[in-house]
Design a protein around this ligand. Structure first.
Ligand code: FES
Length: 109
């Protein structure tokens, strides 16, 4: 599985971006100096979360108003209850690699 590669400066603060990791749509968000990646399809029905509003660390689904925490993928406001899958964001300077959650990533600690 190939990671998705993107420059950190391409992302706009607070403006979600939809990317594809393998064949999965992923919602990428930049908040302060951090980048989070969760699956883009709402766990309630078939809506694209990157078209929703970001309020702090919560993204709101435009279709029925569910909200998810982009740090954990947790559904925090109904009608969605199932969490979103999180994707791994690896950062080397301004280069970001977005990996499928099942991919083993070497951690720089
Ligand atoms: S599709 Fe997202 S809340 Fe219903």
């Amino acid at each position: 599985m190939a990671p998705f590669e993107i420059d950190f400066n391409t992302l706009v603060e607070g403006k979600p971006m939809k990317i594809m990791v393998d064949s999965t749509p992923v919602c990428l968000v930049k908040i302060k100096d951090e980048v989070f990646a969760v699956e883009d399809t709402c766990s309630h029905a078939d809506a694209s979360l990157s078209e929703g509003e970001l309020n702090g660390y919560r993204i709101e689904c435009w279709l029925h108003g569910a909200e998810f925490d982009v740090r954990t993928g947790e559904a925090v406001v109904p009608p969605a209850v199932a969490p979103l899958k999180r994707f791994v964001v690896e950062r080397n300077s301004d280069q970001l690699l977005i990996n499928h959650p099942n991919t083993q990533v070497k951690e720089n600690k």
